[in-house]
Design a protein around this ligand. Structure first.
Ligand code: NI
Length: 227
């Protein structure tokens, strides 16, 4: 399931991120890749744990915290600190699957990567190529979003970033360990929650139908959540 989250960051936050990134040090993106995906990865990254990636990562985490769509789609348990990358002309990331386990920097904690997210920081008209292509249950989906928008998708999916042929594509990316690890179950919960919200827009909250659906949502969640 791919979920598009519009305007995760405001225009001011995007502008601030871009100003900070302009002054940041960029290193070869292979530093956070596994052995196999390292060979597929040709991009630049701000070092993990650098002051810039911490400051901007906190801005992204705060934005996630105030976004109900992210919460209902990802059902987050832990979020890996956001990282920042760029693809200049000629750079790309061949098809790969993200590592299943990641170590939280500085902590002896691991997270299971259930959900992958890409937050776009460059307007689409400022570069050619650079599409994120995700192999979903329904075939390949091509994603190129306005700056400030984010896509989240199951970390189990094969995905790639097409070569950039003009300009430069900047983005933030990170992983989430979900309270519901199975993508099919997360999808059902997400669809049920969205239907409940649409129904609540037309019916009073105490309507028996709304009450029943809300109870079913929470009871399914209780069955499937792991913490
Ligand atoms: Ni990836």
């Amino acid at each position: 399931m791919l979920v598009h989250i519009p305007n995760l960051l405001t225009a001011e936050e995007v502008a601030h991120c871009r100003r900070v990134l302009e002054a940041a040090e960029w290193v070869d993106g292979k530093v956070t890749a596994g052995e196999q995906s390292g060979k597929a990865k040709h991009n630049l990254q701000v070092p993990e744990g650098s002051p810039q990636s911490r400051e901007l990562g906190d801005i992204v985490l705060q934005a996630l915290g105030r976004n109900p769509l992210f919460t209902t789609a990802a059902l987050p348990l832990r979020v890996f600190p956001p990282l920042f990358n760029r693809y200049d002309v000629g750079m790309q990331f061949h098809a790969h699957v993200d590592n299943a386990i990641r170590f939280l920097p500085g902590a002896r904690q691991r997270i299971r990567t259930d959900v992958s997210s890409t937050l776009f920081l460059t307007p689409p008209e400022a570069y050619d190529g650079g599409e994120l292509v995700i192999e979903d249950t329904y075939g390949a989906q091509t994603v190129k979003l306005p700056a400030g928008d984010m896509v989240l998708y199951p970390a189990t999916s094969l995905h790639r970033v097409e070569p950039v042929t003009r300009g430069s594509r900047w983005a933030s990316f990170f992983w989430t360990q979900s309270m519901v690890k199975d993508d099919g179950r997360r999808r059902l919960l997400y669809e049920l929650d969205m239907s409940i919200m649409r129904t609540r827009a037309d019916l009073p909250d105490h309507h028996p139908g709304v009450l029943g659906l809300t109870a079913t949502y929470h009871n399914l969640l209780r069955q499937w959540v792991e913490m």
